[in-house]
Ligand binder design. Sequence first.
Ligand SMILES: *[C@@H]1O[C@H](CO)[C@@H](O)[C@H](O)[C@H]1NC(C)=O
Length: 840
Amino acid sequence: MRASFLLTVTVATFSRLACAVNSQAYNWKNVRIGGGGGFIPGIVFNEKQQGLAYARTDIGGAYRLNADHSWKPLLDSVDSDNWNHWGIDALATDPVDPNRLYLAVGMYTNSWDPNNGAILISNDYGDTFTSSPLPFKVGGNMAGRGMGERIAVDPHSNNILYYGARSGNGLYKSVNFGATWTKVTNFPSAGTFIPDPNDVYEYNNIIIGFSWITFDSTTGTNGSPTPRIFVGVANKGESNIFVSENAGATWTAVAGQDTTFLPHKGVLSPSENTLYVTYSDGAGPYDGTAGAVWKYHIPTSTWTNITPVSGGDLYFGFGGLAVDLQVPGTIMVAALNSWWPDGQIFRSTDSGATWSPLWSWNGYPNLQKHYSYDNSGAPWTGPNYPNTNPGTLQIGWMMEALVIDPFNSNHWLYGTGATMYGGFDLKKWDTIHNVTLEVLADGIEETSVRGLISPPTGANLLSGVADCNGFVHDNLDTPRPASYSNPTWMTSQDLDYAGNQPMNIVRVGAGDEETKQVAISSNSGASWSIHYGAPDGVHGGKVALSANADTILWRTEGNGVMVSQYQSTFTAVASLPSDAAIASDKKANAIFYGASGSTFYISTNSGQTFTSQGTLGSSTTARDVLVNPGVTGDVWVSTDAGLFHSTNSGATFTSISGVAEAWSIGFGAPASTGGYPALFAAADIQGKGYFRSDDAGVNWVKINDAAHGFGVISANVLTGDPRIYGRVYLGTNGRGIFYGDATGTQPPNTATATPTSSIPPITSNPPVTSNPPVTSNPPITSNPPVTSNPPPVTSSAPPSTPTVGPWGQCGGQGYTGPTVCAAGSTCTVNNPWYSQCLPN
Ligand SMILES: *[C@@H]1O[C@H](CO)[C@@H](O)[C@H](O)[C@H]1NC(C)=O
C-alpha cells in the first residue's frame, strides 16, 4: 500500500525532505508512578562486588541497583525495530568479572513476536550492550518466565556460559563470553512440560524448556571449567534435575529426585554443599496449587523434603528461593501464589528443618503479621492496588524472585506481580520475628500505558494504565498516592476531556470486570462517578467527549460504536465502522469525527449519525483522529499511509509530505502565542521515531535519540501539553510514561530550503508486522461471570456443573475449571487471575 501511495506523490514533494530530519535535543524523564507497576520475575545479586544487583522484567527491560537503592533502567535504547528486547527471560552477572552482564532477550515464542531472541552482552555493567543473535525465539513474557535463572556464567572460567532455551530448542553453551553459542547435543532433555496443549491463544501450548542452571562453585579450580553443573528442566513425572560431573562432557539425571512438580529454582549453598530446590505444579507465574521444597546434600547424594507446610496448608506452589551466603543454613522460600489471604514467605535458620512464616493465623480470620508495612515508595499499590478485592495481597503474588544480599544478611528483596519489596532488617525475623517490608522499586517504571490526555486546565496529565488503572499526574516527579477511585478498574483504556469545559473528563475501562466501564469526572479526575447508561461488560476501545461535556461517543472493543447524551443509555451508532478512530470537536458541541480505512466521517448531530467525507489517500488503517483545540474542523488523521490534514472538517485532505506512516499524534502548546499548536507524532519520517512540527506539518524535528527508543511504536500513546511549549508525554508498553522537554537549540527549517533534486523516494521500509499485544499479562480470556451468590441448588436435579469446595478456585483469567461454589461459600474475585470460593 505504501508503494502505491508513493507513486501518487510527486518525487519533488518527497525530495524536499529527503535530507536527514533534523533533531532537537530533549530531556526525557519518567513520569513517576513509582514502584514498578508490573511483574518482576528475576532479581540477581553479584556475589563478588558488593551492592551490585540487577532486576529483570517481562515487558520493560532490565534495571541495575543504584547505591541509594533506586534502580537505573538499562534498555531504554530499545526501539520499535527491536522491541522484543524489553522481554528479559534470563539474566546473569559474572562472578569473576562483575562488569560483565548477560541478558537473554525476546518477548514471545509464538507468532506475537516475529523476531528471534538474542543474548545481550555488556562489559560495563549494562551501560552498553552488544547483541549475539539466537536462532530461535526467547519468551520473556511467556509462561514460566519467573523460573530461573536459565543463563549462568562458569565461576571458575567465566568465558563459559550455558543458556537453557524454551520451546524444546535445547541447552546452549558459549566459550567466548557469550559471543557465539553452540547447542549441547548430549543433554538428555529439552523439556516436555506444556502448560495447556489446547490453548486457543497459542500462548500456553508451547514447551517451557529449561528452568535454571547452577554451577557448583565448590568444585574445580580457577582457570579451569567447573566440573559440576546442575540444570533444572520444566519436566513433570520424569527427571527434571540433571548434573554433569565433568564440565559438561556427560550429563545424567540426579538420582533420587522427586519428579512430582516442576523445579522453579535451584540455588546452591556452597558452605553446606547443598542444592536447594523449590517446586510448583505449574510453570507460573499466575498458577500453583501445590508444590514442595527439597534439598540435595551433594557429598552424600541425599535428597530431603523440607517443604514448610503440608496438608490443607499446602495450597500453593513454591517460587522464590534465597540462600544467605553469610549464614550457613539460613534460607527463605516464597509461596509462588498464595492468593488468599495474602502472599507468604518462609524462613529457616536450620537448613529447612524448621520454618517460620511472614504471617500466621491469629484466630481466623485475623492475621498475625510478622512485619510492618511501608508502601511509601508506591502508595498506590499494596492495599490500594486496583484489584477487585482491595486490602488483600499486601505481601504480594507471583513471587518468583527472592534474594538475600550476599554481603548483607539484613538486606533482602523480592519481586511480585506489581512491584518489588524488601528491607534492611531481615535478621530481626530471627530475634523479634518482625521485619519491615518496604517498596524498594524506586526507578522501576514498567507499566503498559493505554491512554494519555493533557487538558488545558486541571492536572497537566491523566493516564490510562494497564493493570494499574490510571492516575492523575498533578505532580510528574513523585509516586502516585492512589489510582483512580470509584470506579476502580484494573485497566483504564482511554480518556478524553471536553474542549469548552476541560475539567470534565470521560474514562473507559478495559473490561477485566463485568461492570459498567464508563466513568465521568467534573473535577479533572479527582473524583469519578459511574455512567449508569453504560451496558454491563462492554469495555475498551476509544472514547470522545463533546465540547460541552454532554455527549460521549464510544468506539468499544468488539461491540461497535455507541453514543450517550445527557447520561442516557448508550445506543448503537450504525453509521460509523466498528474499528473507527474517533474524536470530538473541541469547540462545536454537536460535532464528532471518525475515520476508518481510507474514509473520514463527520457527525453534526451529537454522534447520532455519521456521513462520509474526504478520503485518506491509500490508507487501509486509520489510527488517530486529532482535532485542533482552537479551530473547529481543523483535523489530522494518522494512518498506515502517512499523516493527513484537513482544514474543512474532512471534506478534503492534504497528505503531509515525507511522512510515510504515523501512529499516535497529539497537540501541544504553540511556539508563540496565537501560533499553530505544536504537533507531535509517532511516525516514520525517514525512519521510525518521535517528531514535532511547529508549523502544521511543514517542518519536523526528531525529538527522540538513540538512548530513548521507547519500544514498539504502534503501541505507544502521546500528547503534547497545551500549557508548556515543547513538552510531550509519551506512554510506552512496558517502560511507563515519559515526559520530554526541549533542551537543545531549535534546528533550522529544511523543508523549503532543500533543493528538489535526485534523491529517490523511500522504498526500503520494512513490512508492517502484526502488533504485539499491549499487556504484560496473557491474553484476556472471557472471565466466567462472577456471581455474588451461588446459584440456587434445586433438589430435583443435580447441578449440571461440578461445584467447587470451600477455598477452591472458581474463576480467573485462563481458568477453565468449575465456577460454581458449593453451598455455604461464595465465589469471590481476588484479582483477574484468581477467584476463590470463600465460606459465607
Ligand atoms: C510487627 O510490628 C508491627 C509494627 O510495629 C506491628 O503492627 C505488628 O503487630 C508486629 N507483629 C507482631 C506479630 O508482633
